[in-house]
Design a protein around this ligand. Structure first.
Ligand code: FEO
Length: 399
């Protein structure tokens, strides 16, 4: 196996999960990785592990560098099983190792593994000297579990950020800058996957992220590399830190999404005419049918869109099931700084648009516009749809 060295004595010992296509409901068409890092000094530390089933591959990588039984410290930045479920394997081999984690991390690990490991709990400001290298711990509660923390390699200026700044992306490359440049063409693959990851996992925690970035800056921590536990290692961390700041603040583009489902095409006809109204106003707009698009991808588009229109036909006096399910997912992610509007068709009695509006209001969002049409839209209805698109476009243009 080729050794992957971040800086002298700091190694990637993770695994690539080429066939990962679903990560607890989040679609991962490009696969993923579970990154673990080995720091070799007078003492040896392993930071995080990999998903169970890949433990032997991680241990083989460690064996290429050191005898795993000589590991002195195992750091568990996060309890979730994609990072912790190989702990039982490594703690069996490194039988004398201390296991460092937050207090919440210890609680979680004990609940999951019921093992009598040699725990040491740490908090922000605590350090661990390995020799010339020092590990500095920064707790990061709700990024994205209460137990989460970052480990900072002081002398190397590397932030081992666990889930923070990750992407679900498999590649034979390990560093962000190589994914495109070594292919010989311009691409945004890593940033595109980082946006999808942020939108689907971290979007609810924007306020916490901003505070954490501010805290790290106040601590005077210089970051020359970010090595997350998922995807590519950022050799150019400024780019992803800036993106996180913008996403966390809800900075958006002049872009509109028309998200809908349809029974007998009436709501779809409305969606198309609304789209025409937006597009004719010179604002970017996307049409997203909920059974023909991947929801994780739709949520990625939501991240930077300024306006979201939700369209639902009425079924049984209420919301169409896919629209209801999508709203549950989307509103749980608490998107910030959006203009909302709703539309839909009904047969003998309405209900869907009112119910969508109620769902939005109960999550703290006030729809700017709503439009309901009985059965098939006629010419007058089509004019209203077009006008709705124009109104939304002018709201987007106004900022
Ligand atoms: Fe990558 Fe929260 O686990």
């Amino acid at each position: 196996m080729t050794r992957i060295e971040l800086t002298q004595g700091v190694y990637w010992v993770g695994v690539v999960d080429w066939n990962l296509r679903d990560f607890h409901g989040y679609t991962t068409p490009r696969g993923g990785t579970y990154n673990a890092y080995l720091i070799v000094d007078e003492k040896i530390a392993l930071v995080d592990t990999v998903k169970s089933g890949f433990a032997s591959e991680m241990i083989s990588r460690i064996k290429e560098i050191v005898d795993p039984s000589k590991i002195d410290y195992v750091v568990s930045n996060h309890v979730e099983m994609d990072h912790s479920s190989s702990l039982p394997d490594i703690m069996k081999i490194a039988a004398n190792a201390e296991l460092l984690c937050t207090e919440k991390g210890k609680e979680g690990l004990l609940r999951y593994y019921r093992s009598n490991w040699n725990f040491r709990t740490v908090k922000t400001g605590d350090e661990l000297k390995l020799g010339k290298k020092t590990l500095y711990f920064i707790t990061a509660p709700m990024l994205h579990w209460p137990d989460s923390m970052f480990t900072y390699l002081k002398e190397d200026k590397i932030l081992l950020s666990n889930d923070g700044f990750g992407q679900h992306l498999s590649s034979s490359f390990r560093f962000d800058e190589d994914v495109c440049s070594l292919l010989g063409y311009e691409c945004d693959t890593v940033m595109d996957e980082a946006a999808k990851y942020y939108a689907n996992i971290l979007m609810p925690f924007g306020g916490v992220i901003l505070k954490k970035i501010e805290e790290i800056q106040k601590l005077g921590i210089e970051i020359e590399m970010i090595a997350s536990s998922h995807g590519m290692i950022w050799k150019n961390p400024g780019k992803i830190i800036d993106a996180y700041i913008n996403w966390s603040k809800g900075v958006s583009k002049q872009k509109v999404l028309v998200i809908y489902d349809t029974m007998w095409n009436s709501t779809e006809i409305m969606a198309g005419e609304i789209l025409r109204g937006v597009a004719d106003s010179g604002i970017e707009v996307m049409l997203l049918h909920l059974r023909r698009n991947d929801w994780s991808e739709i949520v990625k588009e939501v991240l930077e869109a300024r306006a979201i229109l939700i369209g639902s036909p009425t079924l049984n006096n209420g919301i169409f099931p896919t629209v209801g399910g999508f709203l549950t997912y989307l509103l749980g992610l608490r998107p910030k700084n959006k203009i909302w509007a709703t539309f839909g068709s009904y047969g003998w009695a309405g209900g869907a648009v009112r119910a969508v509006n109620d769902r939005l209001k109960s999550s703290g969002y006030e729809p700017a516009e709503s439009l309901e049409v009985n059965f098939r839209p006629d010419d007058a209805d089509m004019a209203k749809c077009y006008s709705l698109g124009q109104k939304i476009a002018s709201l987007v243009r106004a900022g």
